[in-house]
Ligand binder design. Sequence first.
Ligand code: NAD
Length: 505
Amino acid sequence: MATIESAIGLNRVSHFIGGTVFESKSNRAGTVWNPATGAPRAFVDFASAEEVDHAVAVAAKAFPSWRATSLSKRSEILFRMRELVHVNRRKIAELLTLEHGKTLPDAMGEVARGLENIEFACGIPNLLKGGFSEQASAGVDVYQIRQPLGVVAGITPFNFPAMVPMWMFANAIACGNTFILKPSEKDPSVSVLLAELMREAGVPDGVFNVVQGDQVAVNRLLEHPEIKAISFVGSTAVAKMIYETGTRIGKRVQALGGAKNHMLVLPDADIGMAADAAVSAAYGSAGERCMAISVLVAVGNVAEPVIEAIRQRMAKIQVGPGLEEGNEMGPLITREHRDRVSSYVANAPKEGASVLVDGRGNVRASGEGFFLGASLLDHVKPGMRCYDDEIFGPVLSVVRVNTYEEALNMINANAYGNGVAIFTRDGGAARQFQFDVNAGMVGINVPIPVPVSYYSFGGWKASLFGDLHMYGPEGVQFYTRAKVVTSRWPDPATSKVDLGFPQVR
Ligand code: NAD
């Protein structure tokens, strides 16, 4: 961990509380690297528990007037927010590339997918419409309304520093909650830029706050009684801990975890299309996507032609700094992570797999950046670490099976169930797969089936702890609770004492 003294000379990334940048007094900080150069570019404040308490107090103070703000006014502010993010797409994307490493076009794509969630939330007056039943009993009407929870928090991972926060805060705020974001300490600058844009859009002070930090901040958010709900996206071990701790303390929690996404290729698949999809989905963003394809399951004799087509495409992938035009794959997030990913390639032969393409020697970019080329492993099987673990880097494993049933059983037995894809020309086979497979998001000839913002995102099994998926209609449900009102207007003619249980017939 860096201290303030050791970080002198670097940019400082601080909290954003109550509508303004708030510098920490904790004297704890982390280093933010530029993964393309391997040099530190900033240091980020790590909040103390007291600073988290301060942010929560500010958010709690802002809640009553924000929840009382009309739906039209909230929608108007979200429309302005939408415009500001749209106008600043490139600025956000550049900052993102600097700290995350992904290529600029990929970062632009991330911002665009995040923006869709703000666009969805602009429709909040429609989304919060309740139901009304006239004459549920004689002269009695029943209706349901949905109300915000209060102060809610979002804890986000390094791999989507703009999009994942937007998955959360757009709906949370639209529903009338106030929000505290604890972004990843590895690429924290985008969170402050988003907070500034929100202030400019007219989001009142205290409605959107950012607390930078590590476990100290997360643990305090988890235990703080004023935080009513927590949305988390990150690795499975932390997601499980967040879910178990948060729910034990009485909070509503949705915690999205890691993934091992399979792409099933049937013998009738279009080989060129399947290879294009596998290469794009396995190596895009250097494999650091929770919806990246990390296992290709080849059924029957499709293995040889699809592997050959993938190898041809891999040879053309251009690796280099994300801000330089033409590069298709940037560096990994940290040196340690790059070395961890490399170790899976190094160990694969010892486990009985073969390394068809070794990305460790295939990096055109020079210098000290955290680069690693794309790797392809063959004859991988369950039980090998390269199959069982989420590698989260540019490594694609091929598993060969004889039948669809064998493939399905393996996919369903996997601990994770985030995304999955099938490549085939057979509509009946695809429909059967959609029916059979235990995963939350299924692609049919679509390798990364991230739902559009008017559906909801979430995996099954160890990829999600909680009941509600993130964003879209389930996001609105998550950030509100229902209240049902039963009403009768005074009618002295029918009023009488009746100690029996209320009847409706
Ligand atoms: P991570 O779990 O290390 O960190 C996520 C967040 O939790 C960060 O804000 C971090 O500061 C905090 N954190 C980390 N360790 C903690 C601890 N011990 N106690 C409390 N808080 C802690 O994840 P990451 O490395 O930033 O992101 C990559 C992971 O996120 C991958 O596993 C990926 O699959 C997953 N992910 C999942 C989805 C999804 O939708 N399911 C989306 C994106 C990323």
